[in-house]
Design a protein around this ligand. Sequence first.
Ligand code: GDP
Ligand code: MG
Length: 163
Amino acid sequence: GLPTVAIVGRPNVGKSSLLNALAGEMISIVEPTAGVTRDRVSTFISRDDRYVELIDTGGYGIVDSDQLSDHIERQIFQAIGSATLVIFMVDIRDGLTPLDEKIARLLRKHALDVIGVANKADSAKMFPSAGEFVRLGFGEFLCVSAENNLNKSVLLDRIFERL
Ligand code: GDP
Ligand code: MG
């Protein structure tokens, strides 16, 4: 089948926004799929006649703080089961949080192939603060803005390079 890219990250970092932004660009389908993969949202993206399925693993609705760990582990579990590549998303405005570190540990534990993305970098002035995410162990994080469409095509390039 098609290669699959899973977007993983804390609630509210912008996973759904990025998926929608990329789907919009591709004039593609965003569909919540029913059944076992309840609430999963995916879209197909393409570049030069190559296609990948992009999955928002965080599509579980509102998560309160005592469900956070379960929420994250479900995302990782889904990524392990289906993903060729993981987009690990953090929020450049929040900076590095303990939950980001927890996700990083799980991604490493399961040896997933990861592209680090720092979302909400709405202006290039914010890019330098992404430096701290190197500590998560996946190299430099790529600054993007799902809302301002910043670096979207760079991200697409990175995705297709890594497949
Ligand atoms: P998810 O829980 O990771 O799927 O995050 P959402 O996509 O639902 O976004 C959470 C919030 O962050 C929403 O209020 C979005 O409007 C906001 N958001 C998402 N992307 C960006 C961005 O690039 N810049 C800014 N400033 N806000 C964003
Ligand atoms: Mg979401």
